[in-house]
Write a protein that binds this ligand. Sequence first.
Ligand code: ADP
Length: 399
Amino acid sequence: MKVLILNCGSSSIKYKLYDDDQQLAEGLLEKIGTAEAQLGHTVAGRKKLVSVHEVLEHHAGIELILQVLVDPEKGVLTSIEDIQAVGHRVVHGAESFSESTLITPEVVAKIEECIDIAPLHNPPNLAGIYAISELLPKVPQVAVFDTAFHQTMPDKAFMYAIPYVFYARNHIRKYGFHGISHYYVSYEAAAMLGRAVDELKLITCHLGNGSSVTAVDHGRSVDTSMGFTPLEGLPMGTRCGDIDPAVPLYIMGKEELNLQQINALLNKHSGVLGISGVSNDFRTLEEESAKGDKRATLALEVFCYRLKKYIGSYIAAMNGADAIVFTGGIGENSDIVREMVVKDMEFLGVELDAETNRTKKRGEAADISKPSSRIKVLVIPTNEELVIARDTRRIAAAN
Ligand code: ADP
């Protein structure tokens, strides 16, 4: 079955076309809303093609992507009718969605209701859904949510200690994100360990531009570091992660900042960029740290120390762990970060094989712990689009 996967952001659309589990084409349309939108399109086994277009909104962007997919030279489809289902990554499903779902008018209405708590993410996701409804009206569409996997968290894990009315009335609670990735790597980890996911306790660390860590107990998310928004938890590229909530109030008073300014400070100017003053990119931080830049080193230390503390707390919360899993751009590629995080955890039964950690091949999954390590340390490349493709296929076929 040929399935198109769309991940619509505020000014970009990522897409992948699958035939069953085989990827036929992928691409990224950036700078939507301008006359210089850039489309990078790659057909499996061929060179990437880059072109520039005027694309003022998502509908036009998706129209362009569909045209490219059927283009006799650049494309892979003979007709647009070959697309049998479309899967959308939807960031926020709040408490309405604990699994992927066929998109119906009722589902669209519920995703629209979530705009209130995900004002940046859900509107572009919906723009993609509206566009496909118009351009491919007969094709079934499926929504796969970033929050759904975490809906199994118990209330003691998701409740904030603020007046209960804000949960009851305003739905303020921890939701968690990156669920598609945490789900995918926990199943892959079970396969690597030769065991069923429902007999394992796993700690999955998705470390990328945004980072989060999840406690997966018997295949179910029981706690995760991101919260009501993706700002909570680990320090990230530019997000502050956990801080004393009095700090923004204090800064707002001192510096006379308004809501938008403090929001930008915590989301765009903090994290490892804020500490280092150098970069939000971990490759640059590692290079500068190696050259002796003290603040780049401090940023890496803060990031790794905070992740170590989360891992320790999740081992306590689950009364043990079978494996710690690293994924995402940093988790998959930075042996330095992995080593800084899991070293000196022998007390908990974590023993890193430093040599395997350093020499493991890029892009490949690996067990980087010693044979004697009670808690295994695994590196597993994530594949969120594959999860979306599989769910879309399964749900479209059943309806
Ligand atoms: P996103 O969260 O946007 O999906 P990724 O998961 O691709 O992003 O992660 C991007 C991050 O991965 C970048 O911040 C970059 O610092 C980091 N990264 C990529 N390759 C390496 C590497 N070889 N060493 C260290 N960090 C890396």
